[in-house]
Ligand binder design. Structure first.
Ligand code: SF4
Length: 518
């Protein structure tokens, strides 16, 4: 095949329909043997290696190439486990999308930190990273040497960590790919030199082509970008757009026709759909869900949404409830929704993310978060809330305010993940230093352990949702239950340890830490 589009196995898998098990991909690959790899990261494709469902971002690149004039016979979205069938002498270019190619993202940060606290040395790269490198290092890639173009939300890692030459990557694309990809692949096919990196430009909503291969999880993008402008967030999210309803419904029906059991409406905040301001527009949202539900009902499928903000939930609480009860969690169904909480400190909000709380004031934020989570709980959602510690400018007062917020959330259905802020451009070795700083800081450690305690108890309650897609695998279910039991027990022990004992633990781990340059 002339152009092969793919991703690491961790990104091209549907985790057995249980995307919330995605955290497993942040574990060191050394812990996931061949057997668990098959359980947690199955891929689906035909005998030619064409995926039956692909990861959304690479599907948009496929569509943009076809729209630009490439034929369907020239481009394939390929199963990473069958690259030997698709990469050959005629392959001119391989496009790879990535989420955490070098294992320095938030996901692996939190998992490695938790492991460290548990006295386990995280050996080697995360599975997410390893599966990306498996594509780059595939024997057919080495043998036939197609041009390698890498994009996706974490392609910055390749540049910041200066790994482009070492990994023989011709071009790293930063930002949106639809506009720049056709030109790059045309050059690659002609054998011309490619630029080392390219800044993708935001695409107008009506120019984003619909997918041509079904997406994992029946994913359908409803908005792109955010525009709230938090200082630590990726600049790619600066421009907010709503996708035209026609495109959304076309992708919805297409996915359903190919067997999707759920349509996952993707956005940074589903309540922003169709709005030109930060206030949700009720008629636009209800029209969207009404139309999507027309199709899902016909195919006996469900609807899911991924992200929401506390601000939009509080702006239109009745609307959030209506969507929850009538379209997403129909008939008492339960599901997860993600919310970037980030901090409980109004001071830090004002410094780093004033847009996050608009149209409200930073001082109202902690209470807003509590109330919004309560509303979402009443509408069938368990909230997966992410918080960040070690943000630049964060001081003790900020950490205390975030601890207070976690305390106030204890009776709500929420899974609060505290993530270490990992500035771009850090190697694992230095990242260990970041994690060490958190573990040895009494307040930040308290924050981390408190949140971990709540995570474990909430996941125990929600095991049914977490394992819904892997019910067939008793091994995976038992492994999860055992891990939760063990974690709960260990947290209690950790909470009783004093500063000196943590210092001893970290010193021991630091001595044992391995070089992960593999
Ligand atoms: S609200 Fe979330 S997505 Fe939007 S800019 Fe802030 S961190 Fe980024």
């Amino acid at each position: 095949m002339k152009i092969v589009l793919t991703a690491g196995r961790a990104l091209m898998s549907d985790y057995n329909g249980t995307s919330y098990m995605g955290f497993v991909s942040a574990l060191p690959a050394s812990l996931i043997g061949k057997r668990l790899e098959k359980v947690f990261f199955p891929t689906y494709s035909d005998e030619n290696g064409h995926v039956l469902w692909g990861t959304y971002s690479i599907l948009k690149i496929e569509s943009s190439l076809i729209k630009a004039g490439f034929s369907r016979d020239e481009v394939i979205v390929a199963d990473p486990t069958k690259l030997d069938r698709v990469i050959g002498e005629d392959t001119k270019a391989i496009g790879i999308t990535c989420m955490d190619p070098l294992g320095v993202g938030y996901g692996s940060g939190i998992v490695y930190m938790a492991m460290m606290l548990y006295g386990i040395i995280p050996k080697g790269r995360s599975y997410m990273s390893k599966s990306f490198l498996d594509v780059i290092n595939h024997p057919n890639v080495k043998k036939y040497k197609p041009k390698i173009i890498v994009g996706g939300e974490a392609s910055w890692q390749i540049i910041d960590l200066n790994m482009q030459e070492k990994l023989s990557i011709d071009t790293a694309v930063l930002g949106e790919g639809e506009k720049v990809a056709p030109e790059l692949f045309k050059k690659a096919v002609k054998g011309e030199d490619l630029p080392k990196f390219v800044n993708g430009v935001p695409v107008n909503a009506d120019e984003i082509p619909p997918i041509l291969t079904p997406s994992i999880g029946g994913l359908v993008e409803i908005t792109r970008g955010c525009g709230r402008g938090c200082k630590f967030c990726t600049p790619t999210l600066l421009k907010f757009r709503s996708i035209p309803l026609d495109t959304i419904l076309r992708e919805t029906e297409f996915n359903l026709q190919h067997g999707a059991k759920t349509i996952g409406l993707h956005s940074e905040d589903f309540l922003r759909y169709g709005s030109k301001t930060l206030i949700p527009e009720e008629d636009k949202i209800l029209n969207l869900f009404e139309n999507v539900q027309r199709f899902t009902k016909k195919y006996d499928a469900g609807i899911g949404v991924d992200f929401v903000t506390a601000a939009c939930t509080m702006s239109k609480p009745k609307l959030a409830e209506k969507v929850g009860n009538e379209y997403v969690n129909v008939g008492g169904k339960k599901s997860f929704i993600e919310m970037g909480i980030e901090t409980g400190s109004p001071r830090l909000i004002n410094l780093m993310m004033p847009g996050k709380v608009l149209p409200y004031k930073a001082e109202q934020y902690p209470e807003m978060v509590e109330q919004a989570i309560g509303i979402l709980n009443d509408s069938g959602w368990t909230v997966v809330g992410t918080l960040i510690t070690e943000l630049p400018e964060e001081n003790e007062y900020d950490v205390i305010k975030t601890i207070e917020l976690i305390d106030n959330l204890k009776n709500l259905e929420v899974i609060p993940f505290v993530l270490p802020f990992i500035p771009m451009g850090q190697f694992r070795g230095r990242e260990f230093t970041v994690l060490k700083n958190i573990v040895l800081d009494d307040l930040r450690r308290e924050l981390f352990l408190k949140s971990l305690d709540k995570v474990v108890s909430q996941i125990k309650k929600d095991t049914r949702i977490v394992t819904s897609g892997i019910t067939k695998s008793m091994l995976a279910k038992l492994a999860l239950e055992f891990a939760l039991w063990y974690m709960g027990k260990k947290i209690k022990k950790l909470e009783k340890m004093d500063h000196k004992e943590f210092e001893e633990l970290v010193n021991k781990l630091e001595k044992d830490i391995v070089n992960v340059d593999n």
